[in-house]
Ligand binder design. Structure first.
Ligand code: SF4
Ligand code: SF4
Length: 373
């Protein structure tokens, strides 16, 4: 008898007998060049474990961490399968069974409690003048921006003040209980039960705000909570408030020397949140003309390998995935790539120096002369 939720079991059944129609689309399968980590391989293994034909050991469980959560396979799946949800459930089975996760992910539940971020300590920000703690609009950067790009947090704070016409509050919990992560990082690492508890706490802490602006693609608040809006969507909805200021300077003074600018669709902002058109409109406004699309774009856009802790689980595979994206951009002659994801920007920057990589928030800020770059 199955222990999997019915939709996941049903998807695993179909995958097992599928001629791997999505095989070519998976950045992990390409990056590692082995069948075990194809979408078909992951789901077939999950089904074998569910049926009791394969024992869930640490070695078997480790396989379920080889998915970036990109949803690219779904684009070519005739059944619209959701592999990231299935793999996060499988990882939860690993942790709930008391089995060890990949070494780099261990202890993330404790780090979350201590630092408010599963990745560890978060740099402090001495930026009180940029934010207004009394605002009804909170900016929740997400752990990629908050931990890896603290200067970017301040830039986006200034950008939001310009775009909305007022300062926003920087939400970060408090000293006793810092909160920089939405809980998605825990779920991706297998700590699903801890993620559920964390999300409850986060929902309570954010309940007093009317609106939450975020760069996190995994935040999930109850429908009666504050309105959650991705930063790209805020920039899109408020475009008339800022686009004229960049047009006056021939495409924005800060981006005038960006060369050929190409757009990389972030997996979360694109396939998950459906912000393809909004992203293009925003980058076009910041640039003064449309950016170049990559050969594969929108729902077909390439995954750089940055998601779901994959660079911590399989650094070599993640480097190959990033290299495929950067190589395609260089072949296209791009000198600058704008990506919808802060995490993707950091990952691609770490793996290539032939192309400048900028996230949308920083790109728009730069077009408005915010940041002094
Ligand atoms: S996700 Fe869809 S296309 Fe890919 S192996 Fe499963 S059934 Fe086939
Ligand atoms: S979601 Fe992305 S990484 Fe995961 S199996 Fe599908 S294509 Fe591969």
């Amino acid at each position: 008898m199955t222990t999997l939720p019915l939709p996941i079991r049903s998807q695993a059944d179909t995958c097992t007998y599928c001629p791997k129609l999505c095989r070519f689309s998976c950045p992990v399968a390409e990056g590692e060049a082995r069948e075990t980590v194809t979408p078909w391989g992951l789901m077939s293994l999950l089904r074998l474990v569910d049926d009791g034909h394969v024992e869930l050991t640490a070695e078997v469980g480790e396989v379920f961490f080889h998915c970036t959560g990109c949803l690219r396979c779904q684009t070519w799946c005739r059944h619209d399968h959701d592999l990231p949800t299935a793999m996060r459930h499988a990882r939860r089975m690993v942790v709930d069974s008391g089995l060890p996760t990949p070494p780099a992910l261990r202890g993330m539940d404790q780090a979350m409690e201590q630092h408010g971020c599963a990745g560890g300590p978060v740099p402090s920000l001495a930026s009180a003048e940029v934010f207004d703690a009394g605002s009804a609009v909170a900016y929740f950067p997400g752990c990629a921006r908050r931990r890896e790009d603290p200067e970017g947090v301040v830039l986006v704070g200034r950008l939001l003040a310009e775009v909305l016409g007022h300062k926003v509050a920087l939400f970060e919990g408090d000293d006793a209980a810092p909160m920089h992560c939405c809980g998605g990082a825990l779920e991706q690492a297998g700590y699903g039960a801890a993620a559920d508890v964390w999300r409850e706490r986060l929902s309570g802490a954010l309940a007093g705000y009317e609106q939450v602006v975020t760069e996190c693609g995994d935040i999930d608040l109850p429908p009666d909570g504050p309105r959650v809006q991705p930063l790209i969507d805020v920039l899109f909805q408020r475009m008339t408030s800022w686009m004229g200021k960049t047009a006056q300077s021939a495409g924005g003074a800060g981006n005038a020397s960006a060369g050929l600018v190409a757009l990389h669709d972030g997996c979360r902002t694109g396939r998950k949140l459906g912000l393809h058109d909004a992203t293009r409109a925003v980058v076009t406004a910041a640039l003064g003309h449309p950016p170049a699309d990559m050969w594969l774009s929108r729902d077909e856009g390439l995954c750089c390998g940055a998601g779901d802790h994959y660079p911590l689980v399989a650094p070599d595979g993640a480097a190959v995935a990033a290299g495929l994206v950067l190589g395609a951009l260089e072949d296209q002659g791009a000198q600058t790539v704008v990506t919808g994801s802060v995490r993707c920007a950091g990952h691609m920057r770490a793996h290539g120096d032939g192309v400048e990589v900028v996230d949308v928030g920083r790109f728009v800020a730069r077009s408005l002369g915010i940041g002094g770059e």
